[in-house]
Write a protein that binds this ligand. Structure first.
Ligand code: FAD
Length: 488
């Protein structure tokens, strides 16, 4: 590291902006800043919706608080601090330039539409002021605009997108975390984390989140290691079974940028990985769904608010706050749906198979707009993602790109029996049904009175009666779909 002469003017620092990239390893912006040999000032800029995007929901705010604590600790181990600033990105960075006399700003790119606009405005404003402004990759394996069809347009279907992704070359190797960071010695004003009030106050609903997750880069690394060692080898076979917990649970770490898809992709190629080719491909394909979601978001800025398939603008949703509340609270009377919604509320996460069933139930059985469900997930998921959440909701609802056909309506009983055959998952999250025999665990209403009584279940009292009857709901949903098609 070059030492400056005592009488030399202080060397201007390089600002490194942290947003949804709360890590030191494979952090291209930080790495490039350290390589300049100049003092580096890491700043977390919390736009909190001020750039025009969506402010994080409650579960992500909880995560962010803890992730920032850990990031701050890791930076100080390497000699640097973390400045916290809140506000629109451009104004915040300009005031930091005034405070620090920095003449370079580095950051890793964001890919939500508001983030893209804010960061390109930032780049222009900085360059106009002769401040070096450089952005780097890290969040996605491929820039969402890079993969195009043979005619140069965006992909609308996943399979050809996947083929294009795998044939476009091996993703770059991840870079190691810097060993030391040259700090800026002048004091720079910083908010305190506590002042941001990211944690819930009374009631404290975060107990289940604390029991389930370790936010931060080390937690992400550990999750990946556990997954590669113990679960990946069963991934292809068991990833749809919510009780088996074989999926990686890396989603909240990816959403906060505590790990990059490059790190994951390259870890899968390690020679000591015991998983079979099928497991590896299946898992890579899921990582690619995340890439596809960002591709869709890039080409559909309003993915969270507008139907990709505009035919659905005429769909006759039947808004009903009572039905939405029963679904949110896991009181629909369908055990697999209720287990999923309670897993979400308790832990901030829900298994993918159950997300599909619960989302299908809301949009098809209850005929509630997918936006209701998307918004609830946005608030309650620790992995709430501006691309994957709306893309998945639209996929399930039938209004999205490459969507599941609307007439495919999951039967929640059959889904439960197929993917949670012993009812282990339901018993965990719906304990009032725990003593029911397996054959009734997904349809308690079919259990004879003595079986219910023996299991301590009183339908309508200890556990809700079904809020809609499957067959009738299915017929109503198909009729609404036919009516929509009829209007075209
Ligand atoms: P794994 O099976 O271990 O997969 C590894 C990674 O691949 C995940 O961490 C995730 O980044 C990515 N991935 C896996 N499946 C998908 C998918 N279908 N679409 C996009 N990426 C995927 N995922 C989110 O990350 N954020 C969301 O807000 C989100 N909302 C969803 C809403 C609905 C209605 C549905 C049906 C799915 C949603 N998903 C979302 C996708 C998926 O459910 C989660 O990514 C997955 O359950 C995360 O668990 P995991 O890390 O154990 O996944």
């Amino acid at each position: 590291m070059p030492a400056s002469r005592p009488d030399a003017p202080p060397e201007p620092p390089v600002l490194v902006l942290f947003r949804n990239d709360l890590r030191l390893a494979d952090n291209a912006a930080l790495n490039a800043a350290v390589k300049t040999g100049r003092p580096v000032l890491p700043v977390f800029v919390f736009d909190d919706g001020a750039d025009g995007g969506r402010p994080p929901g409650g579960a992500r705010r909880w995560w962010l608080h803890h992730a920032l604590e850990r990031l701050c600790a890791s930076l100080s181990e390497r000699g640097a601090g973390l400045i916290l600033r809140r506000g629109p990105t451009l104004a915040t960075v300009l005031s930091l330039l005034d405070d620090t006399k920095a003449n370079a700003v580095f950051w890793n790119r964001r890919y939500d539409p508001a983030g893209i606009s804010a960061d390109s405005a930032l780049k222009t404003a900085l360059r106009d002021r002769a401040v070096e402004a450089t952005s780097f990759d890290g969040q996605l394996l491929h820039e969402p605009s890079r993969l195009t069809t043979t005619t140069g347009g965006p992909y609308k279907v996943y399979s050809p997108f996947w083929r294009a992704l795998v044939s476009s070359g091996e993703p770059r190797a991840p870079v190691a975390a810097p060993k030391a960071i040259r700090p800026l010695h002048e004091a720079v004003a910083s908010d305190t984390l506590e002042a941001w009030s990211l944690l819930p106050t009374a009631p404290d609903w975060a107990g289940g989140l604390r029991d389930t997750w370790t936010p931060g880069e080390a937690g992400a690394r550990q999750r990946l290691a556990d997954f590669l060692d113990a679960r990946l080898e069963r991934y292809a076979e068991s990833r749809d079974r919510p009780a088996e917990a074989v999926t990686s649970r890396l989603s909240p770490h990816l959403a906060h940028g505590e790990i990059t898809p490059f790190q994951i992709w390259h870890a899968l190629a390690r020679p000591d990985i015991e998983a079979g080719a099928r497991d590896l491909e299946k898992f890579r394909k899921e990582i690619a769904w995340r890439e596809f979601s960002y591709h869709l978001l890039f080409h559909n800025r309003d993915l969270a608010s507008k139907n990709v398939n505009r035919d659905f603008d005429d769909f006759a949703w039947r808004p009903d706050a009572g039905l939405v509340a029963a679904w949110q609270q896991g009181r629909t009377g369908y055990p697999i749906v209720d287990a999923g919604m309670r897993q979400l509320w308790r832990t901030g996460w829900m298994h993918n198979r159950v997300r599909m069933v619960a989302a299908s139930f809301l949009t098809k059985h209850l005929l509630q707009h997918w936006r209701e469900g998307e918004a609830w997930f946005w608030d309650t998921l620790v992995d709430a993602d501006p691309a994957s959440n709306p893309a998945s909701w639209q996929w399930v609802a039938g209004s999205g790109a490459d969507a599941a056909p609307y007439f495919r309506i999951f039967n929640p009983v059959l889904q439960g029996e197929k993917f949670d055959p012993d009812g282990v998952y339901v018993r965990k999250f719906v304990p009032e049904l725990a003593r029911l025999p397996d054959r009734y665990i997904h349809k308690p209403w079919e259990a004879p009175a003595d079986v219910l009584s023996h299991a301590g279940v009183k339908l309508g009292t200890t556990y809700p009666v079904t809020i809609v009857e499957h067959r009738k709901a299915r017929t109503a949903a198909l009729a609404a779909y036919d009516a929509m098609k009829g209007t075209r």
